[in-house]
Design a protein around this ligand. Structure first.
Ligand code: GLY
Ligand code: MN
Ligand code: MN
Length: 271
């Protein structure tokens, strides 16, 4: 779980190659292309840069396909008013990158896409701030759940008191996975998250740990609102967003190994 300096050097190269591939995909993607064509560009960069290949099958998901968590068919045509979610990473000397970005296929976000993106971005940044020595490895997830639930309430997609919504996991139809996992020789690297049932049994972060931070919001066209929750208007349906970075815990704080891939709204529009 604590990477040696040599392992960190491998991880820097694996993530650097993964970054290059995402930058190429962002430059290349446009309406009318097929998801597999973007996948081909990404995987071309991996091999050109000396990676053995992908760390896991690349997810290139236009529009509502992003709501299928491990969508790997990558066969659909990209449409102008949709978002494109790309979750792809290179495997270099057996070490793995794991990056997700979500951006407009055309020029801009729709108001609904932008509103949801802003929530995920805030959740992701606040979660990354929790990745530091001495903190529980669960802290990032807790803050991400809080920001996402609050955001969904403000948009009228959930209703009720924040604490109760969190306790009753009412955010789960929209955000059904964890916020991160150990990363290294395996994409979901071996390592302990929790040794018992108590809150303090979550693993404490140490310098040299590498963990992903990847909150998301997914509004599937098939989403079923919980009994006491609002029906989701159609204009929100079919939007799936995740933002994922790979974060090294350092003695000073953390180092976002994948920070060179843009994620600010203004950098994702009119590319
Ligand atoms: N790409 C797999 C994951 O993000 O966990
Ligand atoms: Mn991941
Ligand atoms: Mn991923």
């Amino acid at each position: 779980m604590v990477k040696s300096p040599a392992e960190i050097a491998m991880m820097r190269r694996a993530t650097e190659i993964s970054v290059k591939a995402h930058l190429r995909a962002m430059e290349y993607a446009q309406p009318g292309l097929y998801e597999y064509q973007v996948q081909a560009e990404i995987e071309h960069v991996f091999r050109q840069e000396g990676a053995e290949g992908f760390a896991y099958p690349s997810i290139v998901a236009g529009g509502a396909n992003a709501c299928v968590l491990h969508y790997i068919e990558n066969n659909d045509q990209l449409q102008d008013n949709q978002l494109l979610l790309i979750d792809a990473g290179a495997s270099y000397r057996y070490y793995n990158g794991d990056i997700t970005r979500t951006f407009p296929i055309g020029a801009t976000f729709t108001p609904e896409q932008k509103a949801l993106y802003e929530i995920v971005l805030e959740a992701q940044k606040k979660a990354i701030d929790e990745v530091k020595v001495g903190n529980s490895c669960r802290a990032a997830h807790e803050i991400a759940v809080c920001v996402i639930t609050q955001g969904l309430v403000e948009l009228g997609l959930l209703k009720g008191e924040l604490e109760k919504l969190i306790e009753e996991e009412k955010y789960k139809p929209f955000f059904m996975h964890g916020t991160g996992h150990w990363l290294g020789l395996d994409v979901h690297d071996s390592g302990t998250y929790k040794i018992g049932a108590a809150k303090e049994d979550w693993t404490t972060l140490e310098a040299g740990n590498i963990i992903t931070v990847e909150p998301g919001i997914y509004i599937s066209p098939y989403i079923k609102a919980a009994e006491d929750q609002p029906e989701i208007p159609e204009r929100w349906q079919g939007i799936g967003i995740r933002i994922e970075d790979d974060v090294l815990v350092t003695t000073e704080g953390n180092d976002i190994l994948t920070a060179a891939v843009p994620k600010e709204i203004d950098d994702m529009q009119h590319r």
